[in-house]
Design a binder for this molecule. Structure first.
Ligand code: APR
Length: 241
């Protein structure tokens, strides 16, 4: 496995998806045992669903919030936090809303889809962190309007600052690690294409084939932790000489 571009890289970006958190016990969306196999996203993860049945949407998110609160960072999350301390510039761009990268020690994290353990008021926009899920559906203590999970739902735009940062990082990366994403949901799935078009060395870590596999310089058909350990071991061996 020739990872020399990863050894000489100065600006490295990791794009992560639900697969890295599956190793923390959090279900993915599109695997055979994923959330979208049991639930219909349009009934739970859209503004229309929330308007129609805020109680049901909040019950589902409260369940996911408890999952996240009880989860621990996986080996993959931990290796990415170690990489941040090694490379001159290292960022994680994540589609995940679980905050596990930060809990593993990553500080440079761009969250494209928000955070599930944060809520915001549909009336005055006030943000609540952690989301007050004692009573479902929670209401704003300021204006009494309903709170909603502070995540990006289907049909909603990404947070502009996060997206702009992600595009800039992908455009300037010497190397991009794409870990645990089906690369099906845009605009996030555009980032590896953008990075590659600007000359980045592209590594994919995913047990399954995805639409960006053919673009990758290296594809590791492994789980996130195993694949990142493989790469990290080689980089460290080279550095230590
Ligand atoms: N390690 C790495 N990858 C894994 C592992 C693992 N142990 N197990 C499964 N995977 C891979 C699957 O092969 C799949 O390609 O993780 C990917 C998970 O894909 P999705 O469930 O589609 O998750 P993701 O790509 O993050 O979804 C993107 O879709 O529903 C929206 O907002 C949601 O952020 C999410 C977005």
């Amino acid at each position: 496995m020739n990872i020399s571009p990863l050894i000489s890289a100065r600006r490295v970006v990791a794009l992560t998806g639900a697969g890295i958190s599956k190793e923390s016990g959090i279900p993915t969306f599109r695997d055979s045992d994923g959330l979208w196999k049991k639930y219909r996203p349009e009934e739970l993860a859209s503004p229309e669903a929330f308007r129609k049945n805020p109680q049901m949407v909040w019950e589902w998110y409260a369940w996911r919030i408890q999952l996240v609160r009880n989860a621990h960072p996986s080996r993959g999350h931990i290796v990415l936090a170690e990489m941040e301390r090694h490379y001159p510039e290292f960022h994680v761009i994540t589609q995940n809303v679980d905050g596990l990268h930060q809990r593993a020690g990553s500080r440079n994290v761009v969250e494209l889809h928000g955070r599930i353990d944060r809520a915001r008021c549909t009336g005055c926009g006030r943000v609540y962190e952690p989301a007050p899920i004692e009573d479902i559906p929670p209401v704003c203590s300021e204006c009494n309007a309903l709170l909603r999970p502070d995540v990006v739902w289907f049909g909603e735009p990404l947070p502009p600052d996060a997206w702009e940062m992600a595009v800039e990082l992908a455009s300037q990366a010497d190397a991009m690690l794409v870990i645990g994403t089906s690369a099906l949901v845009y605009p996030a799935a555009h980032l590896p294409v953008l990075a590659k078009s600007r000359g980045a060395f592209l590594v994919e870590i995913n047990p399954s084939y995805t639409p960006i596999s053919s673009l990758a310089d290296i594809t590791l058909r492994t789980g996130a932790g195993e694949g990142l350990d493989l790469i990290w071991k080689e980089v460290k061996e080279h550095v230590e000489g």
